[in-house]
Design a protein around this ligand. Structure first.
Ligand SMILES: Nc1ncnc2c1ncn2[C@@H]1O[C@H](COP(=O)(O)OP(=O)(O)OP(=O)(O)O)[C@@H](O)[C@H]1O
Length: 335
């Protein structure tokens, strides 16, 4: 028996936004290689995350694999369909929630969900039933009669998620679905996403910045940086790869006593944000640092400290911060 057809297969995907010449008053813009030979396999039934800093190429990648943006080179297959040759098939195969969705703004929440269901080929009665189901699932019933353009940012986003999830699509591609939402709405979205996977076998491709949230919902993660996949593994696998480091957070009362040589040495390695220093250190050095700040003349200046094992966020920082050309993360990529 051969390998099962993956939900998404991406090979050698390249997209370069062309350079723009300088014109009166506007400076020239160099060409940007937004996706650079990206290869990915997303298995059926997986919740797969794309993580990466601003401008890493995440949205460009998902727009290419939803058939909205034609790649310069490379292959995109969704459930065995070639979407580079047949981008029109995407509408049948996947639901896409983009970063900015204004298309539904004039509609009420209820009509946005119903119209989307109808556009996905559902007969009227079934579309209305699907609409009622999703509005109840996401706690949107009270807002059902309001126009999207008159909702708050978080409410509007939730209504767009409802429209994206209505009707069954085997692949859900969601670009930052929970942006602007309160914790209650976020939980409802993650529960709805997980239910579609658990009960209907849907595959989910999720673009996110929120690594803490991502850690709890994702089966696998690809970290993208400057258009390239620099790591791909389970959150646990990625964390194990930086597992020999711990995170030490120091909070100083007013100012750090950098006149002390030991503290000055730590300062050189710390990421400083106001009174808070964050250090990533091997365990033995972290212990030495804790002894230094809690046992000596630095102690009166210390407000608080915390030692933590690596989180997905640490992995993200450790990988995403790599300068171009340093491919030390390549050992992390797993099939
Ligand atoms: N239409 C466009 N024309 C020219 N350059 C673009 C265009 N869209 C994106 N880019 C550039 O391509 C690169 C990748 O952008 P993209 O939006 O895919 O990143 P992203 O990872 O989704 O970022 P973010 O997390 O900020 O949404 C960036 O350098 C961006 O400036």
């Amino acid at each position: 028996m051969g390998e099962p057809v993956p939900a998404v297969r991406v090979e050698g995907l390249v997209k370069t936004y062309p350079a723009v010449r300088a014109r009166r008053g506007t400076p020239a813009v160099p060409a940007v290689r937004a996706t650079d030979e990206v290869c990915l396999d997303v298995r059926r039934g997986e919740i797969f995350g794309l993580l990466g800093p601003n401008g890493a190429g995440k949205s460009t990648l998902v727009r290419q694999l939803t058939g909205l943006l034609r790649p310069d080179a490379g292959a995109v297959e969704v459930l065995g369909h070639d979407l580079v040759r047949h981008p029109e098939r995407a509408a049948r195969l996947l639901a896409y929630l983009g970063q900015e969705s204004t298309a539904l703004d004039e509609l009420t929440v209820s009509l946005a969900a119903e119209t989307t269901a109808r556009l996905r080929g559902m007969p009227l009665a079934a579309a209305r039933a699907a609409r009622d189901e999703i509005l109840a699932e996401l706690g949107l019933e009270e807002l059902a009669g309001r126009a999207l353009k008159k909702l708050s940012g978080g409410q509007r986003r939730l209504a767009c998620v409802a429209a994206a999830l209505v009707g069954d699509r085997p692949l859900l591609v969601l670009d930052e679905p929970t942006t602007g939402m309160d914790p209650h709405a976020r939980r409802a979205v993650w529960a709805a996403v997980d239910r579609r996977r658990a009960e209907r076998g849907a595959t989910v491709l999720l673009v996110t910045h929120n690594v803490i949230e991502a850690e709890t919902v994702l089966d696998r993660v690809a970290v993208l940086d400057r258009g390239r996949v620099i790591a791909c593994d389970t959150p646990g696998g990625l964390k194990a790869a930086v597992g020999d480091e711990v995170r030490l957070e120091l909070v100083w009362r007013e100012r750090a006593p950098v006149e002390l040589p030991g503290i000055a040495a730590l300062a050189a390695e710390a990421a400083v944000s106001g009174r808070r220093w964050t250090l990533r250190l091997p365990p033995a050095r972290a212990r030495e640092a804790v002894t230094l700040v809690t046992g000596g003349p630095a102690f009166p200046a210390l407000d608080d400290f915390r030692l933590a094992t690596p989180s997905l966020e640490d992995v993200y920082v450790a990988l995403g911060g790599r300068p171009a050309g340093q491919s030390g993360a390549e050992g992390l990529v797993k099939a």
